[in-house]
Design a binder for this molecule. Sequence first.
Ligand code: SF4
Length: 411
Amino acid sequence: MTTTLGNAPLTAFFFEEPLSSLLESLSLYLHVPFCHTRCYYCDFNTYAGLLSLREPYVRALLTEIELAAEMAQTATGGPRRVRTVYFGGGTPSLLSADQIQRLLAACRRVFVLDSEAEISLEANPGTLSSPHLQALRAAGVNRLSLGAQSFDPHLLKLLGRTHSPEDVAQAVRAARTAGFTSLNLDLMFGLPEQTMAQWRETLLGALELAPDHLSLYSLIVEEGTPFFHWVQEGRLVPADEDLCAEMYEYADALLQEAGYVNYEISNWARPGHECRHNLTYWLNLPYLGLGAGAHSCFGGRRFSNVREPRQYIRLLASRQRPEAESELLSREMQMAETAILALRTARGLSLLAFRERFGLDFWQFAGKRLQHVWEAGLLEYERENGGWLRLSKRGRLLGNEVFLCLLPDEN
Ligand code: SF4
């Protein structure tokens, strides 16, 4: 029996095609590791002061696209179909539209890119002009994700962001005029000094711009960042955990009232605007990450590239694959990851799809391990459409307890 993940009636956000065909397709992530300046909280693989490397880096990416297609073809015996392309960073909007167009043309040349493929690009609101947006749209980008983060000028400054709230509003207006019909805004909460009133203003500011999608992230103070040092030195006080939980609940209620569906723990969308690329990750489908430090999951392996852009460029100049680390995924691990990732979504895990994918009943795999979190009320089961398992309201706050139970013992 073939499972079509899209035919269950809960929401319309899953792909309307059979699981077997999804497993044979690919998503591509292209990493752009350049930023004008470094935000104080950021631990992404991105660099300030390397803008002169943009063109050599794009040429290296063009070579890696070819090498990746050869690898995918060897594994499957034919060109691999691509459903989504995502330019992430860093700040991909620091590349010219011509560079983006060349990268997309290379993807089309060596992969089979769906005519309706979702092609997303992350952009910093301060780096966009109307002509640039029009050229990006003409190059084939059809979804724009803006790192708005806050509509409070003081908090933006505290984060080390270089844009203003007005830059976000202008970028949204210009993107709409350029023909973007799918727009995301990233917002952050749980910031040092942030009050509930400021968070409310940020949410209202975002809603006024009527984005199609919102991603809300609570600040995590990562080691090695200026924020981390300032917290160590006592110069910065991290937000209170209870306040963070309140901010999340408040945002969820406000956004749902405004017609957005919370389809994944950190993501809300108007129906039909769920991010198909990110769904690739949450459904644990194959993807290739290209560029410095990018991660891939393909052919039963998880692997990642060298992180340093110059080293990446050097390797590709001699047509060497830039892979730095690789891990074989046991079947147990693949089953655990599939369940954990799906449980992050509002719809949850399709037990029918799990059985089709792994030839094993989910309860046989995880029944015993989940017993105590089940008894603690962290999970809900729905019988329809072959059975769905999802986190309960309480389970969403304690998701990590559920996820830990699912991991194989050796981990
Ligand atoms: S713009 Fe984004 S990627 Fe660049 S430094 Fe700031 S948070 Fe990091």
